[in-house]
Design a binder for this molecule. Sequence first.
Ligand SMILES: [Zn+2]
Length: 553
Amino acid sequence: MEIDLLLRDADVVTLHDALPRGRAVAVHHGRVVAGLDDDELPAAVRARRVVDAGGATVVPGFDDAHQHTAWFGQSLAEIPLGGLRDLDAVDDAAAARAAGLPGDAFVVGSGYDDVALGESPDRRALDRAGGGRPVWLKHRSAHVCAVSTEVLRRAGVLDGTAAVPAGGVVVRDDAGDPTGVLLEAAQALAGDLLRPYALEDLADAIAGATAVFAREGLTHVTEAGIAGGWIGRSPRELAADQLARERGDLAVRVDLMPETSVLRDVPGGPGRGLDLGLRPGLGDLDLRLGPMKIFFDGALSSRTAAMREPYADRDHAGYLGDDPEALHAALVGAVEGGWTVAAHAIGDRAVDAALDAFADAACRPWPRARPPPRRLEHAGVVDDAALARMAALGVTPMPQARFLYEIGDSMAAAVGDDRVDLLYRHASFLRAGLRVPASSDRPCVADGHPLRGMQSMVQRRTAAGRTPGADEAVDAATALRAYTVDAAWIAGDEDVRGRLAPGFAADLVVLGDDVTRVDPDRIGDIEVVATLRGGRATHGADVLGLPAEGDAP
Ligand SMILES: [Zn+2]
């Protein structure tokens, strides 16, 4: 018999118990047919293509279980405001971009950090910088934005005709004038002026994002919120992903989470859903409908996450993403309709509210054969009592360790010393018997590179060198499992992806070093030599002479 590919002279970390370490991987028709403990195939088998990895480490392809592909792709074309330390620099960047645009065009930037800047961008200054154009600058958390007067005018804020969405706030000064800062769902007042984005443009953005992902070793991602709410790009957003796939531009496998507002009461019930009775699982391993996404609150960095007690540095405790009864009913209704649910909950009060809803939903009839995965996105502040409830309910935490490096100092200031060790826990979840799939939330806050995410799981270091919840650190092998086996598991793919074992998808990464053996300081800098999705290189084909997408086998 002849197989498609033998990748040999490799140090293969399979994450498969039967052969944890191997020397070669045999691939046929997009799947692993064998992991081998030496470089030779059995005598009766030949490989059409034999590639020497030169001793490099090979691991399963990385999987980011919560990020925002279309948004990240769009942000690649926006003014990069991350790292700017003063407002003048922000205004200058906006002015430079505006100068090249038509007089009525939107000027869009992303990634500003009000903590580093000392305050939020000022509406009047944005008017000057943009030359009167609509200017829309997004905070790095994506839970806040700053806009110019022209945006407020077009949105109807100035003449009072704007309807502020539930869970949103138009910030006003002492005189009652809008400052230009929009919180949470109120950001839709700006976004709706541009939405819906053209599907072709969205497909381009998705393609650009997944090209970056492939270079970083990612072979699967979950898009955490499409089609509705402030996070959706178009009511027809799924069609943009389909278009990207049809063009051959989707460089990773994708699961898509519809945002809760697109679900509705569908005749024939029970519960809430989409037309045709669509629900998670429809599609295939390359593009598939995933869980319903619902926002129970905002973010710590913008002090909009809902806390039980006030922030240590504010006189308020944040707020829930909507009326508590409405959030509860939306989650329960989705479950009754057969939807798995991913509930965004960062503050401990939001975590309580989401767990209450999951507990209620667990008592309702579940119309599907497999038990529902219950996802708690971020799980930012979880005390031991809430953690015990999560374990009892089987609610999977989806924390982002990389947040600790990017905004850990700000988050520590937000919660104060008595709550700091409850931030973005990891090891405690594992000890309670829960699994912790890896995710980045890119482009929100963190850069999303999986290897840097692993380093943060191991080190839990903030930019200033603190280690909030030092006991929550995990070893590098656990971090690697989170980015492979556990992320595949939460997507329902435990038996088909995430390991290099016979029958599994030939999704793999060739690395310049071994994540589990290097000094943790170096994990984030390991070179991604090549990435294969289904046995075809999405990155690095020319380096090793690997089969590329579109090549004959
Ligand atoms: Zn997110």
